[in-house]
Design a binder for this molecule. Structure first.
Ligand SMILES: [Zn+2]
Length: 283
């Protein structure tokens, strides 16, 4: 094999492997993680996106015909290994910032997109944080569901006592359910920190799914550590690139699916033809 041919074959195989790896680790991620949506983003505020960027991103999801579904519905499809539409995606907000209600919620309503807001119970009604009334109003719209993000937003791996962990994980659920009058079944690990012990505690507390904070830091199909794609103003181009590559990925998958079903149809037609011929001779 010539030198250049080897290089070309190597590049093709390498790209295919990378594509497959990226597809599995990143493109399969179907949960978006936002923290803060503001009209003007201070460059020092690494967690926020501008209202304009947020609206553009929702517009893009709409243009690509994404089904924005509740996180719990998506998690249950993953848990039960049911087929998930390739363009099904879930949106989440952490930390219960008031701007979620002021700037993100009206955009979600305009597109009729579902979202989950993860609330830190002790943050509620603090300056720039959501009030119970705002949380209830979002919930009443039918678009927003509420999950727990702990009581104090402490890194759970740093809490050694079982009592302390139970307070953050189980008691936060009880508080939210009491204040909102609806079951709370989703948990978001503060700082995305989790391990096997924490996952078990979340499960035992009665949650049906939990989210981590990095797409590659966890198995995306683990319903108690779902990977998420974090979206911030500084990485808004990454979102567009990710969505474009994802579209290509879906396109390739759909192409192979069509080829496969065509081959099946052809095989069926061949079988029907021979069976017909045989019947004719016998008759
Ligand atoms: Zn947080």
């Amino acid at each position: 094999m010539g030198k250049w041919l080897k290089i070309i074959v190597g590049v093709i195989l390498g790209s295919a492997a990378l594509f497959f790896f990226a597809g599995w680790q990143c493109l399969e991620t179907r949960v978006l993680m936002y923290h803060s949506v503001k009209p003007h983003v201070n460059p020092k505020d690494k967690l926020a996106v501008s209202t304009r960027t947020f609206r553009q991103q929702m517009e893009l999801l709409d243009a690509y015909h994404y089904s924005v579904i509740p996180l719990e519905a998506l998690a249950m499809m993953l848990r039960d290994k049911r087929p998930i539409p390739p363009r099904a995606i879930a949106i989440t907000f952490d930390d219960a910032n008031e701007d979620t209600f002021l700037y993100a919620f009206p955009v979600l309503r305009a597109y009729d997109f579902a979202a989950t807001v993860f609330v830190v119970t002790e943050y509620v009604s603090r300056p720039y944080k959501l009030t119970w009334e705002e949380i209830r109003r979002m919930q009443k719209s039918g678009l927003v569901s509420v999950g727990s993000h702990g009581i104090t937003h402490s890194a759970l791996k740093g809490i050694k006592s079982g009592e302390g962990l139970k307070r953050e994980i189980a008691d936060s659920k009880v508080i939210l359910e009491k204040m909102l009058g609806t079951p709370v079944r989703l948990f978001s690990y503060p700082f995305g920190e989790y391990n096997a012990r924490l996952k078990n505690m979340v499960k035992d507390a009665g949650y049906s799914a939990a989210v981590a904070s990095r797409p590659w830091g966890s198995c995306v199909r683990d319903t108690y550590a779902l990977g998420r794609f974090g979206i911030f103003e500084g990485s808004r181009t990454a979102f567009e690139v990710w969505l474009t590559i994802r579209e290509l990925y879906i396109g390739v998958l759909e192409f192979f699916k069509t080829v496969k079903s065509r081959l099946k149809i052809n095989a069926c037609a061949r079988r029907a033809f021979y069976a017909g011929g045989f019947a004719f001779h016998v008759g």
